[in-house]
Design a protein around this ligand. Sequence first.
Ligand SMILES: C[S@@+](CC[C@H](N)C(=O)[O-])C[C@H]1O[C@@H](n2cnc3c(N)ncnc32)[C@H](O)[C@@H]1O
Length: 247
Amino acid sequence: MTSRVIKTDDGSLTLRHPEVGEAYHSLDGAASETRNKFILPSRLSERLAHGPVRLLDVGFGLGLNCRAALSCPSTHPLHIDSLEREPQALDRGLMLFPGDPLILSLRASGYYQNASHTVELHLGDVRQSIQTLSQPYDLIFHDPFSPVRNSECWTVELFAEMFRLLNPGGALLTYSQSKMVRAAMHEAGFIIRDTPVPAPHRGGTLACKQGTGLDPAPALPLRDPTLNASGHKIRSLREAEIRRAST
Ligand SMILES: C[S@@+](CC[C@H](N)C(=O)[O-])C[C@H]1O[C@@H](n2cnc3c(N)ncnc32)[C@H](O)[C@@H]1O
Protein backbone atom coordinates (compact mmCIF):
# COMPACT_ATOMS: atom_id res chain seq x y z
CA MET A 1 0.00 0.00 0.00
CA THR A 2 1.25 3.51 -0.75
CA SER A 3 1.27 6.52 1.56
CA ARG A 4 -0.83 9.46 0.41
CA VAL A 5 0.75 12.94 0.46
CA ILE A 6 -1.38 15.54 2.26
CA LYS A 7 -0.94 19.32 2.20
CA THR A 8 -1.72 20.53 5.74
CA ASP A 9 -3.35 23.86 6.58
CA ASP A 10 -0.05 25.74 7.07
CA GLY A 11 1.10 24.62 3.60
CA SER A 12 3.58 22.00 4.87
CA LEU A 13 3.31 18.40 3.74
CA THR A 14 2.73 15.14 5.57
CA LEU A 15 1.73 11.58 4.67
CA ARG A 16 -1.06 9.26 5.71
CA HIS A 17 0.25 5.97 7.08
CA PRO A 18 -1.16 3.24 4.80
CA GLU A 19 -1.95 0.70 7.54
CA VAL A 20 -2.51 2.86 10.63
CA GLY A 21 -4.81 5.15 8.61
CA GLU A 22 -3.63 8.27 10.46
CA ALA A 23 -1.51 11.15 9.18
CA TYR A 24 2.03 11.50 10.53
CA HIS A 25 1.18 15.06 11.62
CA SER A 26 -1.73 17.32 12.49
CA LEU A 27 -3.76 18.36 9.44
CA ASP A 28 -3.88 21.86 11.01
CA GLY A 29 -0.20 22.15 10.08
CA ALA A 30 2.68 19.67 10.16
CA ALA A 31 5.45 22.26 10.49
CA SER A 32 3.48 24.40 12.96
CA GLU A 33 2.68 21.34 15.08
CA THR A 34 6.40 20.61 15.38
CA ARG A 35 7.17 24.21 16.27
CA ASN A 36 4.27 24.84 18.66
CA LYS A 37 3.94 21.49 20.42
CA PHE A 38 7.56 20.39 20.64
CA ILE A 39 10.27 22.97 19.83
CA LEU A 40 8.88 26.13 21.50
CA PRO A 41 7.37 24.63 24.70
CA SER A 42 10.52 22.54 25.26
CA ARG A 43 12.59 25.80 25.34
CA LEU A 44 15.18 23.95 23.29
CA SER A 45 16.93 27.15 22.12
CA GLU A 46 17.30 28.45 25.69
CA ARG A 47 18.55 25.06 26.88
CA LEU A 48 21.12 25.01 24.05
CA ALA A 49 22.28 28.50 25.01
CA HIS A 50 23.17 27.18 28.48
CA GLY A 51 24.82 23.86 27.72
CA PRO A 52 24.74 20.59 25.78
CA VAL A 53 21.31 18.98 25.40
CA ARG A 54 20.32 15.30 25.04
CA LEU A 55 16.96 14.69 23.36
CA LEU A 56 15.03 11.42 23.09
CA ASP A 57 12.84 11.55 19.95
CA VAL A 58 10.13 8.86 20.16
CA GLY A 59 8.76 8.17 16.68
CA PHE A 60 11.24 9.53 14.11
CA GLY A 61 8.53 9.23 11.42
CA LEU A 62 9.30 11.60 8.56
CA GLY A 63 11.93 13.40 10.67
CA LEU A 64 10.18 16.77 11.10
CA ASN A 65 10.72 17.03 14.86
CA CYS A 66 14.30 15.82 14.61
CA ARG A 67 15.17 18.20 11.75
CA ALA A 68 13.53 21.17 13.49
CA ALA A 69 15.51 20.42 16.68
CA LEU A 70 18.76 20.29 14.67
CA SER A 71 18.01 23.71 13.16
CA CYS A 72 17.51 25.48 16.51
CA PRO A 73 20.10 28.21 17.04
CA SER A 74 22.68 26.85 19.46
CA THR A 75 26.03 27.51 21.05
CA HIS A 76 26.29 24.01 22.53
CA PRO A 77 25.99 20.52 21.05
CA LEU A 78 22.70 18.64 20.75
CA HIS A 79 22.58 14.83 20.73
CA ILE A 80 19.36 13.13 19.62
CA ASP A 81 18.51 9.46 20.11
CA SER A 82 15.66 8.79 17.72
CA LEU A 83 13.45 5.71 18.12
CA GLU A 84 11.47 4.32 15.19
CA ARG A 85 9.78 0.96 14.58
CA GLU A 86 9.54 1.07 10.79
CA PRO A 87 12.52 1.36 8.43
CA GLN A 88 9.94 2.33 5.76
CA ALA A 89 9.40 5.62 7.62
CA LEU A 90 12.78 6.76 6.28
CA ASP A 91 11.82 5.93 2.68
CA ARG A 92 8.56 7.79 3.19
CA GLY A 93 10.51 10.74 4.60
CA LEU A 94 12.59 10.78 1.43
CA MET A 95 9.39 10.92 -0.65
CA LEU A 96 8.61 14.25 1.02
CA PHE A 97 12.19 15.51 1.34
CA PRO A 98 14.18 14.03 -1.56
CA GLY A 99 17.93 14.07 -0.93
CA ASP A 100 17.54 15.09 2.73
CA PRO A 101 21.01 14.60 4.29
CA LEU A 102 19.64 13.64 7.73
CA ILE A 103 17.43 10.82 6.42
CA LEU A 104 20.01 9.63 3.86
CA SER A 105 22.67 9.36 6.52
CA LEU A 106 20.40 7.65 9.08
CA ARG A 107 19.24 5.20 6.41
CA ALA A 108 22.81 4.38 5.39
CA SER A 109 24.46 4.12 8.81
CA GLY A 110 21.93 4.84 11.56
CA TYR A 111 24.00 7.91 12.41
CA TYR A 112 24.09 11.60 11.42
CA GLN A 113 26.56 14.30 12.36
CA ASN A 114 26.90 17.96 11.40
CA ALA A 115 29.29 20.62 12.73
CA SER A 116 28.05 20.36 16.32
CA HIS A 117 25.08 17.99 16.54
CA THR A 118 24.64 14.20 16.36
CA VAL A 119 21.69 11.87 15.83
CA GLU A 120 21.57 8.12 16.42
CA LEU A 121 18.65 6.11 15.04
CA HIS A 122 17.46 3.07 17.05
CA LEU A 123 15.27 0.92 14.82
CA GLY A 124 12.81 -1.35 16.60
CA ASP A 125 9.90 -1.23 18.99
CA VAL A 126 10.33 1.68 21.43
CA ARG A 127 9.44 -0.68 24.29
CA GLN A 128 12.56 -2.71 23.66
CA SER A 129 14.87 0.09 22.47
CA ILE A 130 14.16 2.22 25.51
CA GLN A 131 15.27 -0.54 27.88
CA THR A 132 18.76 -0.43 26.30
CA LEU A 133 19.15 3.31 27.05
CA SER A 134 20.70 4.51 30.28
CA GLN A 135 22.01 8.05 29.75
CA PRO A 136 19.64 10.70 31.09
CA TYR A 137 17.84 13.06 28.70
CA ASP A 138 16.97 16.72 29.06
CA LEU A 139 14.02 16.42 26.70
CA ILE A 140 11.72 13.72 25.36
CA PHE A 141 9.57 14.37 22.29
CA HIS A 142 6.83 11.73 22.47
CA ASP A 143 5.15 11.59 19.05
CA PRO A 144 3.60 8.21 18.21
CA PHE A 145 0.25 7.81 16.46
CA SER A 146 -2.91 8.21 18.58
CA PRO A 147 -3.52 6.23 21.79
CA VAL A 148 -6.40 4.39 20.10
CA ARG A 149 -4.30 3.16 17.14
CA ASN A 150 -0.86 3.02 18.79
CA SER A 151 -1.82 1.99 22.34
CA GLU A 152 1.52 0.35 23.22
CA CYS A 153 3.17 3.77 23.19
CA TRP A 154 0.90 5.35 25.81
CA THR A 155 1.06 2.99 28.79
CA VAL A 156 2.04 3.51 32.43
CA GLU A 157 4.98 1.14 31.99
CA LEU A 158 6.43 2.94 28.94
CA PHE A 159 6.06 6.33 30.65
CA ALA A 160 7.82 4.83 33.69
CA GLU A 161 10.79 4.04 31.42
CA MET A 162 10.76 7.66 30.22
CA PHE A 163 10.54 8.90 33.82
CA ARG A 164 13.63 6.82 34.61
CA LEU A 165 15.52 8.45 31.71
CA LEU A 166 14.49 12.09 32.23
CA ASN A 167 16.81 14.51 34.06
CA PRO A 168 15.27 16.25 37.11
CA GLY A 169 15.02 19.55 35.20
CA GLY A 170 13.91 17.90 31.97
CA ALA A 171 10.56 17.80 30.17
CA LEU A 172 8.55 15.33 28.12
CA LEU A 173 6.41 16.93 25.42
CA THR A 174 3.54 15.35 23.54
CA TYR A 175 0.67 16.54 21.36
CA SER A 176 -2.00 14.61 23.32
CA GLN A 177 -4.12 15.98 26.15
CA SER A 178 -6.10 12.76 26.59
CA LYS A 179 -7.20 12.03 30.17
CA MET A 180 -6.16 8.40 29.81
CA VAL A 181 -2.66 9.47 28.65
CA ARG A 182 -2.28 11.97 31.49
CA ALA A 183 -3.43 9.31 33.99
CA ALA A 184 -0.67 7.01 32.69
CA MET A 185 1.96 9.76 32.95
CA HIS A 186 0.81 10.69 36.45
CA GLU A 187 0.93 7.08 37.65
CA ALA A 188 4.46 6.83 36.21
CA GLY A 189 5.49 9.73 38.47
CA PHE A 190 5.21 12.77 36.20
CA ILE A 191 3.85 16.21 37.06
CA ILE A 192 1.46 17.27 34.30
CA ARG A 193 1.07 20.69 32.67
CA ASP A 194 -0.76 22.02 29.59
CA THR A 195 1.41 23.25 26.75
CA PRO A 196 0.02 26.60 25.65
CA VAL A 197 -0.40 26.24 21.92
CA PRO A 198 -1.72 28.95 19.58
CA ALA A 199 -4.88 28.19 17.53
CA PRO A 200 -5.76 26.34 15.39
CA HIS A 201 -3.84 23.58 17.22
CA ARG A 202 -5.22 22.10 20.41
CA GLY A 203 -2.83 22.22 23.35
CA GLY A 204 -0.58 19.32 24.23
CA THR A 205 0.98 18.06 27.46
CA LEU A 206 4.27 18.90 29.14
CA ALA A 207 5.27 16.31 31.75
CA CYS A 208 8.13 16.98 34.17
CA LYS A 209 9.59 15.92 37.51
CA GLN A 210 9.74 19.22 39.40
CA GLY A 211 7.40 22.08 40.28
CA THR A 212 3.64 22.22 40.40
CA GLY A 213 1.16 20.79 37.97
CA LEU A 214 -2.47 20.00 37.28
CA ASP A 215 -4.50 17.41 39.14
CA PRO A 216 -5.18 14.97 36.30
CA ALA A 217 -8.86 14.21 35.67
CA PRO A 218 -9.77 10.72 36.90
CA ALA A 219 -9.28 8.12 34.16
CA LEU A 220 -8.04 4.56 33.88
CA PRO A 221 -4.72 4.42 32.04
CA LEU A 222 -3.49 1.90 29.49
CA ARG A 223 -1.21 -0.78 30.95
CA ASP A 224 1.37 -3.12 29.44
CA PRO A 225 3.00 -4.86 32.44
CA THR A 226 5.46 -6.88 30.35
CA LEU A 227 6.09 -4.15 27.74
CA ASN A 228 5.33 -6.50 24.88
CA ALA A 229 1.54 -6.91 24.61
CA SER A 230 -0.33 -6.19 21.37
CA GLY A 231 -2.33 -2.97 21.11
CA HIS A 232 -5.51 -5.06 21.09
CA LYS A 233 -4.52 -6.80 24.34
CA ILE A 234 -3.59 -3.47 25.99
CA ARG A 235 -6.99 -1.97 25.11
CA SER A 236 -8.82 -5.13 26.29
CA LEU A 237 -7.02 -5.03 29.65
CA ARG A 238 -8.23 -1.46 30.16
CA GLU A 239 -11.80 -2.30 29.10
CA ALA A 240 -11.83 -5.19 31.60
CA GLU A 241 -10.57 -2.82 34.32
CA ILE A 242 -13.35 -0.34 33.48
CA ARG A 243 -15.97 -3.13 33.70
CA ARG A 244 -14.58 -4.26 37.07
CA ALA A 245 -14.58 -0.68 38.38
CA SER A 246 -18.25 -0.18 37.41
CA THR A 247 -19.63 -3.35 39.05
C1 LIG B 1 3.14 10.47 14.24
S1 LIG B 1 4.51 9.64 13.55
C2 LIG B 1 5.91 10.56 14.07
C3 LIG B 1 6.17 11.82 13.31
C4 LIG B 1 7.57 12.33 13.55
N1 LIG B 1 7.82 12.66 14.93
C5 LIG B 1 7.95 13.48 12.67
O1 LIG B 1 8.32 14.54 13.18
O2 LIG B 1 7.89 13.33 11.44
C6 LIG B 1 4.63 8.23 14.62
C7 LIG B 1 5.84 7.38 14.37
O3 LIG B 1 5.98 6.49 15.49
C8 LIG B 1 6.39 5.24 15.00
N2 LIG B 1 6.00 4.20 15.97
C9 LIG B 1 4.75 3.77 16.26
N3 LIG B 1 4.77 2.79 17.17
C10 LIG B 1 6.07 2.60 17.49
C11 LIG B 1 6.74 1.72 18.37
N4 LIG B 1 6.06 0.82 19.10
N5 LIG B 1 8.08 1.79 18.45
C12 LIG B 1 8.78 2.71 17.71
N6 LIG B 1 8.18 3.57 16.84
C13 LIG B 1 6.85 3.52 16.74
C14 LIG B 1 5.64 5.10 13.69
O4 LIG B 1 6.25 4.11 12.85
C15 LIG B 1 5.71 6.50 13.14
O5 LIG B 1 6.82 6.67 12.30
